[in-house]
Design a binder for this molecule. Structure first.
Ligand code: ZN
Length: 174
């Protein structure tokens, strides 16, 4: 296992043929889109990656990425740090047929004209998708406690629902 910087781009077929694996970092400041979506800087992303070919001959890049992001709690409006982790398993595809036939365990990725994938960008994409949609502290950590952030009045659904017994009563009285 090499301890290296994670390559910016990589040829998955070649990396799989040589069974390359990586343990390393993507510097946090490179993740401009992630930083923009969070309330502070993105810390370095710790990545482990294994390249190989499975029993069906499918080339894969399997790994895990972990980073810490500063987010703004939408309940108490203060910042907090949270860890975001993604597990990924990519497989390069050239045609729609290849994408269609790819087992569900794999996510199709596209290679550029020289057969490489932009690894940093792919991992950043995955982390963005894994970000919480509404960032919020855990209940115990939040300045607003476990208060719900419901907007507007909560309708009492019970009142709207006809009482099934009332219907029965009506039937009986007929
Ligand atoms: Zn909070």
């Amino acid at each position: 296992m090499q301890t290296v910087k994670i390559p910016v781009s990589l040829d998955p077929v070649r990396a799989a043929a040589s069974k390359s694996s990586y343990e390393g970092l993507i510097p946090g400041k490179q993740n401009k889109r992630l930083a923009e979506l969070s309330a502070g800087d993105c810390s370095d992303v710790v990545v482990s990656l294994e390249c190989g070919v499975d029993l069906q001959g499918i080339v894969y890049l399997r790994g895990k990425a972990v980073t810490e992001l500063t987010l703004l709690c939408q309940r108490c409006m203060t910042q907090y740090a949270t860890e975001v982790t993604v597990d990924f398993c990519f497989s390069p595809c050239k045609t729609q047929t290849e994408i269609d036939e790819l087992p569900d365990a794999y996510d199709p990725i596209e290679c550029n004209e020289i057969g490489e994938v932009r690894l940093h960008q792919l991992i950043e994409d995955e982390l963005i998708v894994a970000m919480p949609i509404i960032p919020m502290h855990e209940n115990d950590d939040c300045n607003m406690g476990a208060k719900d952030i419901a907007v507007g009045e909560i309708e009492t659904a019970q009142e709207e629902r006809p009482n099934p017994f009332a219907v029965l009563e009506k039937l009986k009285s007929k």
